[in-house]
Design a protein around this ligand. Structure first.
Ligand code: SF4
Ligand code: SF4
Length: 439
């Protein structure tokens, strides 16, 4: 794609990067076939190619984004299916991240929307506030019927529609808190390794059983696990809202505490059980590439970050009792894992090797609609994607559904009665841990 940035514009490293990405696009449109919003809405401007044109124009003209541009960028899930499909290696992720930052900095959203986004950015990354918010949401749920309900689903939802969606996502009950930050779980037997386990923010409130399963599995196999003190949200939530100041501050904070833990006790890896977080931590090196103090440490931390399945693939997992044999598992491939981190076959291989009957889900490349805060901000598109995902999963008649990302787990569980569990919970069970179930 031909671009027309001035030399002055190209002196900005972000614009130079955008220019490189835009020039790689050859307009072929292959990406449209796998883009969930294009598949649902059929509008070229809701396809990757259409959005790339909109972003190009916005950046080249260097003017505040228009309402039309904002509408179509907001509808993008950042699922990155387009990056898997693109034959030219267009880095859509870095382009749309930049577009979201520009929108956040130069576009004034209506006041109710600004308030909702500010509330999400404040509450979601802070487990204490998030827990309190979930309790309040549960208490408020009976009053949902009093909120005005739109007659039809819309790709431009109202504030009320978004509030309804947020209340609907609150769980009926919250589990007890998991282990505290700063805890160290010694290896059983001879120590073969030492890792940090990302504590996550929403996940530690909604499903502490996931990291507990990871800790049990790892320590049983001789790996010491540390929950690093003063670690915070990885920044993914605010990064996807375009609030880069907040996201980068969180990245720097985490890099500092992980680096000092690595220097003090040694770390073989930083393990992540929420693939949405893993994708962003693996991108810290890029996000901080222009920061003279953090560029090097960020690249080292990104190299240390691993999805839990990547690390487990290097361990000889020991079988436990075999009650799980013949359990049919539908494996839902989270977008952040399959498109963001290119981890596709590995989790399925681990599950099969450890005794589960693993089934691929039809249309597995399509997002379930979770996408961070997307199911709150764009509930009607998100619900359509969830229903489509659940119908595809039902076709393989599973006993359980496995996924590697808490957002997908909550989203899919909202549309099915089949138990939805994390891949690591199944692997823990297969190697002597407890059967996955409610917290
Ligand atoms: S990230 Fe997903 S929703 Fe956005 S343009 Fe690419 S395929 Fe479409
Ligand atoms: S597939 Fe890649 S090169 Fe083709 S239009 Fe989409 S982004 Fe551009």
């Amino acid at each position: 794609m031909k671009t027309e940035f001035s030399l002055a514009q190209l002196a900005d490293p972000d614009i130079a990067e955008a220019d490189k990405i835009l020039r790689a696009c050859v307009h072929c449109g292959f990406c449209t076939a796998t883009c969930p919003t294009y598949v649902l809405l059929g509008d070229e401007l809701d396809s990757p190619r259409g959005r790339i044109y909109l972003i190009k124009e916005m950046l080249e003209k260097d003017k505040p984004p228009t309402q039309e541009v904002v509408k179509h960028i907001d509808r993008c899930l950042s699922c990155l299916a387009c990056m898997t499909t693109c034959p030219s290696g267009v880095n859509y992720m870095h382009l749309v991240d930049q577009a979201r930052v520009r929108i956040e900095q130069h576009y004034t959203r209506p006041l109710p929307e600004r308030a909702l986004r500010a509330m999400l950015a404040l509450v979601l990354p802070r487990p204490g506030l998030f827990r309190a918010g979930m309790i309040l949401a549960r208490l408020a749920r009976p009053f949902t019927a009093l909120l005005p309900e739109p007659e039809t689903a819309s790709a431009s939802p109202t504030l009320w529609r978004r509030l309804r969606a947020m209340l609907a996502l609150a769980p009926g009950r919250l589990p007890a808190k998991g282990p505290a930050a700063g805890s160290v779980f010694p290896a059983q037997g001879d120590r073969r390794g030492r890792v940090a386990l990302l504590q996550g923010c929403a996940q530690q409130v909604l499903a502490p059983r996931i990291n507990q399963a990871a800790i049990n599995l790892l320590t049983r196999h001789g790996i010491e696990v540390v929950l690093v003190k003063d670690e915070q949200c990885c920044g993914a939530l605010t990064h996807h809202l375009g609030q880069d100041g907040d996201a980068l501050a969180r990245a720097r904070g985490n890099i500092a505490v992980w680096q000092s833990e690595a220097e003090r006790g040694g770390l073989d890896a930083i393990l992540v059980t929420a693939s949405g977080c893993g994708t962003v931590i693996k991108d810290y090196g890029f996000m901080l590439r222009e920061d003279p103090d953090f560029a090097g440490p960020a690249a080292r931390i990104s190299a240390l970050a691993k999805d839990i399945t990547e690390y487990l693939a290097g361990i000889d997992l020991q079988p436990g009792q075999q009650q799980h044999r013949d359990i049919v598992v539908a494996y839902h491939s989270a977008c952040s894992l399959q498109h963001g981190q290119k981890i596709t076959a590995l989790p399925k291989e681990l599950l099969s090797k450890n005794g589960f009957v693993v089934k691929d889900v039809p249309e597995s490349h399509l997002c379930c609609g979770s996408a961070g805060t997307y199911n709150i901000l764009q509930p009607d598109i998100a619900n359509k994607l969830r229903d489509r995902k659940v119908a595809n999963i039902a076709m393989v008649k599973p006993d359980m559904i496995a996924a590697g990302n808490i957002g997908c787990m909550v989203q899919i569980a909202g549309g099915t009665s089949v138990p939805v569990v994390h891949t690591v919970e199944l692997l823990d069970w297969a190697t002597g841990g407890r059967r996955p179930g409610p917290n």
